[in-house]
Ligand binder design. Structure first.
Ligand code: ZN
Length: 211
């Protein structure tokens, strides 16, 4: 492949990702972070490609930055656990934090994986409540690992989001077993479970229609 073809391909992927992010109503700073496009370019893309009647909004202000949102006990917390499981399965996040990777410029391919994961979440949860900005923040926070991280329950192997530094020993959302500090990964070949309660049940793939 010629260098110019390579560059053309990269630019095309960058624009495709930006449009996908716009359709998820991501903020300009989020689109800039994942694509490297300037704010001005993002605004021009929105005006050129998104029809006025498409029902999409441009959100202003800062992106979310409170990890407590994901640790709530209700439906949001349950959905955050389902989403974290999907992000792990799609390879958007690893089961261990990797803060070094966050300092590198996010690659287009990682941005596409994030969109894949978020779109899968919206398909499997009947009434998804977590917006794209929070999904992108969850991926970033789990990669940084300084406030929250993933932990597998030693009793039932469900995936949990836990505070990185806490005086209370966290308990599994699925079986309520204590989860000591040492993270444990499930044995190979064991299915990944989301510790999420009602939304985890909702997050299961829909049954095939009856004939
Ligand atoms: Zn458990």
């Amino acid at each position: 492949m010629h260098l110019t073809d390579d560059r053309y391909q990269r630019d095309r992927l960058r624009l495709e990702l930006a449009l996908r992010l716009l359709r998820h109503e991501a903020r300009t700073q989020t689109i800039r972070y994942w694509t490297g496009l300037s704010d001005d370019r993002v605004r021009k893309l929105f005006r050129s490609y998104i029809k006025p009647g498409a029902g999409l909004r441009r959100h202003r202000g800062k992106s979310p930055e409170q990890v407590n949102y994901f640790l709530r006990s209700g439906v949001i917390g349950a959905e955050a656990h389902a989403l974290a499981s999907i992000l792990l399965l799609f390879g958007v996040v690893a089961d261990q934090p990797n803060p070094a990777s966050i300092r590198k410029i996010p690659t287009i391919s990682r941005g596409r994986l994030l969109c894949d994961g978020y779109e899968a979440y919206r398909r499997v949860v009947p009434r998804p409540r977590i917006d794209f900005e929070h999904a992108a923040f969850l991926a970033k926070a789990l990669t940084a690992g300084d406030e929250i991280r993933l932990r597998f329950c030693p009793a039932c192997e469900a995936l949990n989001i836990v505070e990185t530094i806490t005086l209370r020993e966290p308990h599994c959302r699925a079986c309520e077993a204590a989860m000591p500090d040492k993270p444990k990964t499930p044995a190979p070949g064991r299915p990944l479970r989301a510790a999420a309660g009602p939304a985890a049940d909702a997050a299961k793939l829909p049954a095939a229609p009856k004939a």
